[in-house]
Design a binder for this molecule. Structure first.
Ligand code: ADP
Length: 623
C-alpha cells in the first residue's frame, strides 16, 4: 500500500491548512500513534526552536525559515531598509515611509518633524505603531507632536495621507510572497492576494476613527458598517485581487507598471536580509506584504507579516487562501521518497549501527510497539522506562549523526539505483512502484497540478512529459542536494531535456514545481565544482526554478543576470541594478510592449499581474 504524507499542526491550526492537506490525501499527525519524527510538514504560527531546525530529517519541512525577524518586526524592518537606502541609494529604496524607532530615534524624529512643520505647514501626518504588535493593536495617527504618547518601543512613520480610494474608502493590498529559498534567493508572488478595505469613509479630519484609517480586517469586521453596502466596495471589507484587477481594467488603468513596482518592493525588501539568512533548504516561508497604493499609483510598503492570517472570514478569504495553501504545497514539491519516511529512517538506522556496533539498535518498530503498549495498558512500570530509554537513545544517536540546517540526505534515502537514461537520472526503486494511485497520493486529488488530470488518451505527449518530470524528481529527493558525482554526471548528460516548466507553461497547464537535479551549491555547504564554460551554461539552464506553480509566479530570479547574481554569494548590487533597469525600461516605453524583441532575452521570466501574464521578454526592449 502506498504510504501517505503526514502533516503536523501546532496548536490545532490553521484550519485551512488542515482542510487543504486532508483533501489532498495527507494524514494528520497524531502523537499517540506516530513517532515523534514521523511527519513531512510541521506547520506553526509561531517560530521554531533552533534545535528543531538542526534536527530536521530529510523528508521533513517546516513552514518558517530561521531568523526572519529582520523583515517581520517593524523596528528591524525599518532599520534594515534604512541601511539599504544608505548603501544602494534612496531612489531605489523610496518605497517605505520614513520611519523612526522610538525612544532611540526621538531626537532625529523631532528634527524631521520641525523641519516639515516649517516647509509643509501642519498638514503632515504621522502614524505610531508598537514594534511587536500586529492586527492594528496599539496604533494611532497624529498631526501634532503633543499627541504622541507611548509606553513601549514604537515606530513613528510618515502617514501616507493621499491613499487611492474606492468609493471614498481606503484600502491596502495583502500580497502573499513565498520565499522558497534564501540560498539561492528564490521568490514567488501569488497572483491572487487580498484587498482589505476600511469600512468608514476616509477623512483626515477624524484621525481617531480607526474604521476610516486602518484597513485591518481584525478591526473592521467589528465596525458598525461592516455589513452595510459601501458603494463599489459592497458589503464586508475584502476583495480578491482578481476583483481589484477587474476594477482597474474598468477604469482603463494600466496595471503593469504597478505590479512590476510591487515585485520590485518585494525583491528589494528581501535583499535586505537574504545575504545574512541561514541556509535551510527544508523550509519555506509565506510572508504577507502589506502595500498601500497612493493616488499617484505609487505602491508603499507598510509592513511584512510573519504567518499572515489564514482565518476564513468571508468568501474572498476562502477563494484566495485555499488556493494559496494548495499552491504552496505544490511549490514544496513533495515527491514519492518523502512518503517513504520509515523506510528511509530504517536505512539510516542500519547504516548508523553498522558504523557504531556498540550501540543497541533502537528500531522504529520497537518504539512503536512500546507506544502502542502504553496506549493499550496504560503507563505500566515496564513499558514506560523502555519507551523512555529508546527515545532517549534515539535522540542522542541522531544528534550525533546530523548536520546543522543542511542534512546530508543521500545516506538516508531509500535504496536507489541510478541510471543515466535518455539524459535523465531515474530512481528505479521508486519507478517500479509508480502507479497512477501513488502519483495522485503525492500530488493529491485536489492539487491544481494533478497528473491524472492529463488525459493519457487525448494528450499522451503531455502525460508522458509529466511522468518523466516526476521520475527526475524522485532521485533529487528535493531541490537542494547533489553529490559531486551526480553533478559531474548531470553535466555529461543532456540536461536540457529535464527543463520542463517552459513547455508546460506554454501549454497553459498549471504545473507542479518540476523537480530537477540541482547542483550542490543549493545545499549551501559546498563549493560548486569548477566546470568548463559550456558545461556551466548547460547547468545554469538547469538551475532555473519553475516560472509558475499554480498561482505562484516566480519574481526572483527574473532574468539571466539575476540568476547568475544569486547562485553563489548574493550579489546585491547587480540585482539592484537589474531592478532599476527593468523598471526604467517599463516606465519609459509603452511602445516596447508592442514591438518584437526577437527573443534575445532568453530567460522566460513572467510579469506578475494580469490574469495570464505575458513573458517579460515580450514587454521589455533588450538594452
Ligand atoms: P499591524 O501589524 O498592526 O497590522 P500595520 O503596519 O500593517 O500594522 O498597520 C495597520 C494598518 O494601518 C495598515 O493596514 C494600514 O491601513 C494603516 N497604515 C499603517 N501604516 C501606514 C502608513 N504609513 N500610512 C498610511 N496608512 C498606514
Amino acid at each position: 500500500m502506498a504510504a501517505s504524507l503526514v502533516f503536523r499542526l501546532h496548536d490545532r491550526g490553521p484550519e485551512v491548512v488542515r482542510e487543504v492537506l486532508l483533501e489532498r490525501g495527507w494524514e494528520e499527525y497524531d502523537e499517540e500513534e506516530r513517532e515523534e519524527e514521523d511527519w513531512n510538514l510541521y506547520w506553526r504560527g509561531s517560530g521554531f526552536r533552533n534545535s528543531e531546525y538542526h534536527n530536521l530529517l530529510p523528508w521533513q519541512r517546516l513552514n518558517h525559515h530561521p531568523k526572519t525577524a529582520g523583515l517581520t518586526r517593524k523596528d528591524c524592518l525599518a532599520r534594515n531598509l534604512r541601511r539599504m537606502k544608505a548603501t544602494l541609494g534612496s531612489a531605489l529604496y523610496d518605497f517605505s515611509p520614513t520611519a523612526f524607532i522610538l525612544p532611540n530615534d526621538y531626537t532625529r524624529f523631532l528634527a524631521e518633524y520641525n523641519k516639515l512643520r516649517v516647509t509643509r505647514g501642519p498638514s503632515v501626518y504621522w502614524i505610531c505603531k508598537p514594534v511587536d504588535l500586529s492586527r492594528g493593536r496599539g496604533i494611532f495617527i497624529f498631526e501634532d507632536i503633543k499627541d504622541l504618547v507611548y509606553d513601549c518601543s514604537v515606530i513613528v512613520q510618515r502617514y501616507i495621507s493621499n491613499p487611492l480610494l474606492i468609493s471614498g474608502y481606503k484600502f491596502d493590498l495583502r500580497i502573499y510572497v513565498c520565499v522558497k529559498s534564501f540560498h539561492p534567493l528564490t521568490v514567488y508572488v501569488h497572483q491572487d492576494g487580498l484587498v482589505r478595505f476600511a469600512t468608514e469613509k476616509y477623512n483626515l479630519s477624524s484621525l481617531h476613527n480607526l474604521y476610516a484609517h486602518l484597513t485591518n480586517t481584525s478591526i473592521n469586521k467589528f465596525g458598525p458598517f461592516y455589513k452595510t453596502e459601501k458603494g463599489r466596495v459592497g458589503q464586508g471589507c475584502k476583495w480578491t485581487m482578481s476583483k481589484f484587477r477587474h476594477f482597474l481594467h474598468s477604469q482603463d488603468i494600466d496595471e503593469l507598471l504597478l505590479w512590476q513596482r510591487i515585485n520590485n518592493i518585494v525583491t528589494l525588501t528581501l535583499l535586505a536580509v537574504a545575504p545574512s539568512a541561514p541556509s535551510c533548504p527544508n523550509c519555506v516561508e509565506l510572508f504577507g506584504f502589506d502595500v498601500l497604493v497612493d493616488v499617484k499609483f505609487k505602491p508603499w510598503l507598510l509592513e511584512v507579516n510573519y504567518s499572515p492570517a489564514l482565518t476564513l472570514d468571508c468568501q474572498a478569504d476562502i477563494t484566495v487562501k485555499k488556493a494559496l495553501i494548495s499552491d504552496l504545497i505544490d511549490l514544496m514539491n513533495y515527491t514519492l521518497t518523502d512518503s517513504l519516511r520509515e523506510r528511509a529512517y530504517q536505512r539510516h538506522e542500519s547504516s548508523f549501527h553498522a558504523n557504531h556496533p556498540s550501540h543497541a539498535k533502537p528500531e522504529l518498530s520497537k518504539v512503536k510497539e512500546a507506544k502502542f503498549q502504553k496506549r493499550r495498558s496504560g503507563h505500566t512500570s515496564q513499558t514506560l522506562p523502555l519507551l523512555k530509554s529508546l527515545c532517549q537513545r534515539e535522540k542522542t544517536d541522531r544528534r550525533q549523526s546530523r548536520q546543522p540546517f543542511v542534512p546530508g540526505y543521500h545516506p538516508l534515502l531509500p535504496p536507489v539505483v541510478l541510471h543515466a537514461a535518455r539524459g535523465r537520472i531515474i530512481n528505479t526503486a521508486a519507478t517500479e512502484t509508480h502507479t497512477d494511485k501513488t502519483l495522485n497520493l503525492i500530488l493529491g486529488p485536489h492539487s491544481r497540478t494533478n497528473v491524472l488530470a492529463v488525459n493519457r488518451q487525448t494528450r499522451p505527449a503531455l502525460a508522458r512529459r509529466l511522468m518523466d518530470s516526476l521520475h527526475v524528481s524522485e532521485v533529487t529527493n528535493r531541490d537542494d542536494t547533489e553529490t559531486e558525482a551526480e553533478t559531474a554526471l548531470s553535466a555529461e548528460t543532456d540536461v536540457s531535456s529535464s527543463i520542463r516548466d517552459i513547455p508546460q507553461r506554454r501549454l497553459g497547464f498549471g504545473c507542479p514545481a518540476p523537480s530537477r537535479k540541482l547542483p550542490n551549491i543549493y545545499s549551501g555547504n559546498h563549493r560548486p565544482a569548477k566546470l568548463p564554460l559550456d558545461r556551466t551554461v548547460a547547468m545554469n539552464r538547469q538551475h532555473v526554478p519553475p516560472l509558475r506553480v499554480g498561482g505562484f509566479v516566480r519574481t526572483f530570479p527574473f532574468n539571466a543576470a539575476t540568476l547568475k547574481a544569486s547562485l553563489h554569494e548574493l550579489d546585491v548590487r547587480t540585482v539592484a541594478q537589474e531592478l532599476h533597469k527593468l523598471t526604467a525600461q517599463l516606465a519609459a516605453s509603452e511602445e516596447a510592449v508592442k514591438e518584437d524583441t526577437n527573443g534575445e532575452e532568453d530567460f522566460d521570466s513572467l510579469l506578475w499581474g494580469p490574469e495570464d501574464p505575458p513573458l517579460l521578454s515580450q514587454h521589455v526592449r533588450p538594452p
